[in-house]
Design a protein around this ligand. Structure first.
Ligand SMILES: [Zn+2]
Length: 130
């Protein structure tokens, strides 16, 4: 079998697009589309801010490509893991073994609370009644 499969990459982050299964209610001819599932994708990253600013919605979208028509369009996602369960494991053998990139989380130091002395000064109301 010739491996003539063209590799599609995201124009925004150059990550390889992954096939995912379309929701059945989507009304698409194909069963699968390709999308960029890179969480560091600039397109996807910008989407959060953009949607929040324009629609006050906490959603974003990923770059999606219809391999049949070559048309791309955004596909809405509502979380970082949305649609991930739909990714189809094609028989494409990944050329490079990708080390899973873990987002570097800043170590959150527990904030030591200073034992604050309670400043319970009692303010006596001045009786100015004269
Ligand atoms: Zn991308």
């Amino acid at each position: 079998m010739p491996t003539k499969q063209k590799k599609y990459t995201c124009p925004h982050c150059e990550a390889e697009l992954q096939a995912f299964e379309l929701p059945e209610a989507g009304g698409w001819d194909q069963k699968h589309h390709l999308a960029c599932f890179n969480n560091d994708c600039s397109y996807y990253r910008r989407g959060w801010d953009w949607m929040l600013a324009h629609y006050n919605a906490k959603v974003s979208y990923r770059y999606r490509l219809d391999p049949e028509s070559g048309k791309d369009s955004p596909i809405a996602v509502w979380s970082e893991t949305a649609l991930l369960d739909r990714i189809v494991n094609t028989d494409v053998v990944p050329a490079k073994k990708k080390a899973p990139k873990k987002p570097v989380k800043k170590a959150v130091k527990p904030v030591k609370k200073k034992a604050q002395k309670k400043d319970v000064r009692r303010v006596k109301p001045k009786s100015r009644a004269k």
